[in-house]
Write a protein that binds this ligand. Structure first.
Ligand SMILES: [Zn+2]
Length: 356
């Protein structure tokens, strides 16, 4: 596998990176971010682990990036997404790793957000000769398959000239991610398990158009629940891959599969899913918790600095303790540490294709 220039990867290079994952038996952590603290923590973790990484924004993450004080939330979602992507384009090469820039879960209501990002991305492509994002995600999994796939085909046609990919969702990921999702009961609910025939239909329609990945459901759920409540069945992924490779005479594991709701998942099931062509595992809940616990611990350790500028007993100034850089850094370091675990689980550590 040829070495790549550090920075944002897209188009043919993105496909090459995913093929390297499948050939090398690893997957990339795809981490949801909401601002420069989380973006930098993800790149720091990737650099520490010599792992390539996927940075992604949900609609709410993009809005938060722009600032929740902006009056027009819809505009904020677009400009926040552009701001985050620009931040990554500027900094990724300095971290010396390859970064994939992705958006997360856009249902039909959120298509205007994706339209805005595609417009901004087209202008960016014209100016820079590369796309703003490597790939967008549409989640129309709650709709009829025909509607889901025809809209995905329409969007993929718009993305191909920008050298971009598309992630689609087939079958429903349980729970919700940033307002998109289902309230389906996730106890052995058939809707939570993707049908291989649906995947074949997607393959036949989309593969002649351009590159796409599939968030296939195998009982995975967003969020972290008490053990025993989530029943992962990775063999569903295997069945989809085999149906396509056998009926369309392709190489093994032709699909690039995405594992949503990776937080809190059993390690053995992660391992199994990678073997069936999972190249991206989304992680959000566990990194959110990592950030929160470290900041919480810092506040608990130095509570007076969060209520007094000067200690009422000994007149000691607390400026250096309540400086936001101090406690935000604790949050960042904790995310970095949690991602060490993700890189180890997904076997991406030490596999960066970036040439340094
Ligand atoms: Zn998801």
């Amino acid at each position: 596998m040829s070495k790549m220039k550090p920075g944002v990867v897209y188009g043919e290079t993105y496909k090459e990176l995913l093929q390297s994952c499948k050939d090398g038996g690893y997957a990339l952590p795809a981490v949801n971010v909401v601002g420069s603290n989380s973006i930098n923590a993800v790149m720091e973790a990737a650099a520490n682990n010599s792992s390539d990484i996927i940075i992604q924004l949900s609609n709410g993450g993009a809005q938060f990036m722009a600032g929740q004080g902006l009056a027009d939330g819809d505009t904020a979602k677009v400009v926040g997404g552009v701001a985050a992507a620009n931040h990554v384009h500027l900094l990724a090469e300095y971290y010396g790793i390859c970064v994939v820039l992705h958006t997360d879960h856009a249902n039909r209501k959120l298509l205007p957000w994706i339209d805005g990002l595609i417009d901004a991305g087209a202008a960016y492509y014209k100016a820079n000769g590369r796309p703003l994002y490597s790939s967008h995600m549409l989640d129309l999994s709650e709709e009829a398959l025909e509607d889901n796939l025809s809209t995905c085909a329409e969007y993929l046609k718009k993305l191909v000239p920008l050298e971009m990919s598309l992630e689609i969702e087939l079958g429903v990921t349980g729970g919700e991610e940033d307002g998109v999702g289902s309230d389906e009961d996730f106890h052995d609910n058939p809707k939570l398990y993707t049908q291989p025939d649906d995947v074949l239909q997607a393959y036949d329609l989309l593969s002649p158009i351009g590159h796409f990945s599939v968030a296939a459901s195998f009982g995975n759920v967003h969020g972290v629940y008490k053990p025993g409540n989530v029943h992962l069945r990775p063999e569903i992924l295997k069945n989809s891959q085999e149906l396509i490779s056998q009926s369309r005479d392709t190489k093994a594991n032709p699909l690039d599969l995405v594992f949503h709701g990776g937080s809190g998942s059993e390690k053995a099931k992660i391992e199994e899913a990678i073997g069936y062509g999972v190249i991206k595992m989304n992680i959000d809940t566990d990194t959110q918790f990592a950030f929160a616990t470290a900041v919480g611990a810092y506040v608990e350790k130095t509570p007076r600095a969060f209520s007094h500028q000067i200690d009422p007993d000994d007149d000691k100034p607390y400026k250096s303790v309540y400086d936001p850089r101090k406690w935000l850094r604790q949050g960042e370091l904790s995310v970095v540490e949690r991602l060490d675990e993700a890189c180890a689980d997904l076997h991406s550590a030490g596999k960066s294709l970036a040439k340094n």
